[in-house]
Write a protein that binds this ligand. Structure first.
Ligand code: HEM
Length: 160
């Protein structure tokens, strides 16, 4: 009987020693070891204080999490300013398989219009890769249908 009591006591003592060390939860009112000790848990900074003769964690104060400052973009990471639609690019699209043309300062991709033009494909192909303003105006000035057709093929303003 005595042996049993000692064994039980030893086991309990062991449990008491082992368990709190590994799972001592830092939360308000939970026991702590040293007054003044601080611990930050779930955004709160708790301090170990003496309360009614016991060392316990206080309520703590909310701590502001410092915003993660993203690295300043380096010069090389900044995308180069888009040159836009230059005459150089228009010239590079000067065939019937990729037909860009400038009409009144805007760049149009007329590729899909070549084979649909009522005035024939040749009239459009001749404009590919060029400033086609005069050609278009000579034929279609003040005509609403050609103009509204054209609007559907707009890429953007010519960047001179
Ligand atoms: C640049 C883009 C052009 C567009 C978007 C365009 C658009 C059109 C459209 C929508 C029509 C039909 C008009 C209607 O039914 O009232 C048309 C007809 C015509 N286009 Fe164009 N056009 C373009 C360029 C040209 C050029 C450069 C020429 C001549 C050099 C030309 C010659 C003609 C002719 C002759 C017709 C009349 C065809 C017919 O009635 O049988 N077009 N065009």
């Amino acid at each position: 009987m005595k042996i049993y009591a000692i064994a039980t006591g030893a086991a309990l003592a062991l449990a008491v020693v082992v368990t709190p060390a590994s799972s001592a939860a830092v939360k308000e009112g939970a026991a702590c070891k040293k007054a003044g000790q601080v611990s930050t848990v779930a955004g709160r900074k708790l301090t170990c204080i003496k309360k009614s003769g016991k060392l316990v964690w206080n309520k703590g104060v909310a701590v502001k999490v410092a915003p993660v400052v993203s690295a300043t973009p380096s010069a090389s990471a900044v995308a180069p300013v888009a040159a836009g639609y230059t005459m150089e690019k228009v010239k590079a699209n000067g065939t019937s398989s990729s037909c860009w043309s400038v009409i009144s300062g805007n760049v149009y991709d007329l590729t899909r219009w070549i084979n649909s033009h009522p005035g024939g494909s040749g009239a459009i192909v001749s404009l590919c890769g060029t400033d086609g303003t005069s050609g278009f105006m000579a034929m279609h000035r003040n005509q609403s249908k050609p103009e509204s057709r054209l609007a559907g093929y707009l890429l953007g303003p010519l960047n001179k």
